[in-house]
Design a protein around this ligand. Sequence first.
Ligand code: NAD
Length: 328
Amino acid sequence: MTTRMLVTGGAGFIGSHYVRTLLGPAGPGEVAVTVLDALTYAGNPANLDPVRDHPQLAFVKGDICDGELVDELLAQHDEVVHFAAESHVDRSILGATDFIRTNVLGTQTLLDAALRHRVGRFVHVSTDEVYGSVDTGSWPETDPLSPNSPYAASKASSDLIALAQHRTHGLDVRVTRCSNNYGHHQFPEKVIPLFITNLLDGRKVPLYGDGGNVRDWLHIDDHVQGIELVRTKGRAGEVYNIGGGTELTNKDLTALLLEACGANWDTSVEYVADRKGHDRRYSVDCTKARDELGYAPRKGFATGLAETVTWYRENRAWWEPLKERAAL
Ligand code: NAD
């Protein structure tokens, strides 16, 4: 029997990769996908071009805060994978209204409709940023939430609302908390594509503070693998961390990107004032996903980064208009 899946935010970076994978040769088969996406500045219909003509894909341009639309859609679907969000920390520091509206109210609108229509599995895609910042060691899923940026606070709120729907009403909610994603089709405001595209244009890259902030890098193929494992093998009401296993300071990351793009530090790096409230280090403990679901990241960082640089080198037509539009 065909599973009818609603994928919110399916025109964004990770959501579109999820949809392309689901409907591609390595997908599970027997799925029909409806993408619900408002096409904000970050949403790009071109991200779905490879599956545009797939008979099992439908696209609805709409807002997850639109209760009537969401209700109508959830009446026709069996499962939800929820990616739609305002996702860029720097923008949340400039103004948090859209973040609270989409990430909190939008999630609640989806959950309420999912409950009314007794939808099956609801995968809520969240972030490691909800845990705050950690100097040593790694967070297990049981660690308390301590978000610092407005973005992280909005995601933490939505995680709690999603889990409450499970505990209160028994809705089959599963929450994933992943580390920093990278790969092709990422909007060029995020650090890796921003730096690559600046370097390809012979421009400088802005390095925050002392460059010592540490992030764990997760390739989108591995993230999509993790989400599918959680959807198909995870347990209702549970949280699963999904990491990439490659921790780097921003300085080390910058050095690798400079090398890959043939640029040098002295002429290409500009130190800029640190991001307000900048978390020093993120690190997720993925033991639970490994032991329960068999999750393990498969893409080596050197290979993943080289492929990503090549993709941006070869796909100027994709990113140039986006940079112009976002005035980056
Ligand atoms: P993205 O910004 O590339 O895409 C977000 C998508 O959501 C866009 O297509 C946008 O049009 C859509 N959207 C925004 N507001 C909407 C609304 N009100 N109604 C319907 N659609 C709306 O984001 P991404 O990087 O693909 O992130 C996807 C999810 O993964 C988010 O929930 C994010 O919090 C989470 N996440 C991302 C990362 C990362 O490194 N990119 C890390 C951890 C968690």
